[in-house]
Design a binder for this molecule. Structure first.
Ligand code: ADP
Length: 383
């Protein structure tokens, strides 16, 4: 070695090679792993130079510090401390994973394997072999995320087919039945009930259309295909359009619809999404309110947010059911006051779309008194 040659140069034996302090220093310095020596109190007495590559710190900055308290992520401190105590007290060999602060403020995932050498007179320390496993952790997380996403997509697909199977069948049976009757009547030149039958067909077709719109919007939102395009628009105008759209069904039940949002109320939001949310809430109001009832749409602007409420004096919702209204696993649906059927999809869709806006949706209700559904969306300052 003194003549400058290095192992495996044939002139130097392996034994001679390993005797050199400088050789060891170079080996440790160039290792991808970090070598750390801790005293029995967890104070770092030596940190090899690899810490520069892994953690951005100079070894001197990490020496003579209580590493667990000062450098390890608060959520990982307890288990790391326990692992260290096991090594110190019970002379256990042990590995643990934790997040260590990088000099740039990020967290680096490390895996440390410890060996108690406190009683070894040449070392007198707990020796840690520390490896950067950030990339491995990232890959593990990506795999887990994609697994979760995949099982959500499979559940969505299953739900999608069950909705198509059950919920689309009823209105279609209605359309087929009414149209057969209408054809019979027209063949026999009985025109008396034709208008009524045609209206029933139209009514059922509208329900199928509504359902399909919800179904498609929901499938798109579940598969991440819904585009979020916020813009400025007047939400009182959207409420007017929704009321217009639902005028037929509300007239049939003599339910009054009022838009209490002040004219010119500007919001910054995705217009198609908010239109769908309002349509679902108002159409639920109509569905679950007795003939002669009323539905109001109201708004409240606070600093940095706007809340829109749809208030009805309908059948209300029991305490048990209100908790599950927005729960995707407990898709709840009941018949309306005219026996209208539903899918329990509307509110889930509302929740998804309001969440996309970074907002919240909730319901307050009392059985037989009525319900108030409110959604709040954050607003750009100045809106
Ligand atoms: P759907 O109306 O198609 O069943 P929703 O998700 O819109 O699906 O609503 C789910 C359920 O929540 C309804 O079936 C009903 O039981 C209840 N609900 C929603 N809105 C109201 C309301 N305004 N009044 C009473 N119950 C309601």
């Amino acid at each position: 070695m003194n003549n400058g040659s290095t192992y495996p140069n044939k002139e130097v034996t392996a034994d001679e090679f390993l005797k050199s302090d400088e050789t060891f220093r170079q080996l440790i310095k160039n290792s991808f792993d970090m070598l750390v020596l801790l005293d029995s109190d967890g104070v770092q007495r030596y940190v090899s130079e690899s810490c520069k590559k892994i953690l951005g710190y100079d070894p001197r900055e990490l020496t003579d510090i209580s590493v667990i308290e000062s450098m390890i992520h608060p959520d990982d401190q307890a288990k790391t401390k326990q692992g260290f105590l096991d090594i110190v007290k019970h002379s256990k060999h042990g590995g643990t994973q934790y997040r260590h602060r990088h000099k740039n403020g990020d967290w680096v995932y490390l895996e440390a394997y410890g060996n108690n050498q406190l009683h070894n007179p040449d070392i007198q320390a707990v020796v840690l072999n520390v490896r950067d496993i950030t990339e491995r952790k990232k890959a593990e997380k990506a795999l887990k995320d994609s697994e979760t996403r995949l099982s959500e997509l499979i559940a969505t697909k299953d739900r999608f087919f069950s909705i198509i199977g059950h919920d689309l069948k009823n209105p279609f049976s209605g359309i087929l039945g009414f149209s057969e009757l209408l054809i019979d009547q027209l063949k026999n030149k009985h025109y008396d009930d034709s208008l009524e039958l045609a209206q029933m067909i139209q009514h059922s077709s509208k329900r199928v259309m509504d359902l399909l719109n919800n179904l498609l919007a929901w499938a798109q939102s579940q598969t991440g295909k819904t585009k979020f395009n916020p813009e400025y628009f007047e939400i009182d105008e959207v409420a007017d359009e929704v009321i217009d759209l639902l005028r037929d069904s509300s007239h049939q039940k003599s339910i009054s619809l009022t838009n209490g949002i002040p004219p010119g109320t500007l919001v910054y939001a995705d217009k198609p999404m908010i239109t769908l949310v309002l349509r679902n809430l108002v159409s639920n109001g109509v569905k679950f309110t007795q003939p002669g009832g009323k539905i109001d749409i109201e708004s409240e602007k606070n600093k940095g947010e706007i809340s829109i409420s749809v208030i009805d004096n309908g059948v209300g919702i029991s305490k048990d059911n209100i908790e599950d209204l927005f729960n995707v696993d407990k898709r709840h649906s009941s018949k309306g006051t005219y026996n209208e059927t539903g899918t329990g999809l509307g509110l889930l869709l509302c929740k998804d779309f309001i969440k996309t806006h970074g907002g919240r949706i909730w319901a307050e209700s009392e059985l037989d008194k009525g319900s108030k559904f409110t959604f709040m969306i954050p607003q750009k300052t100045g809106c």
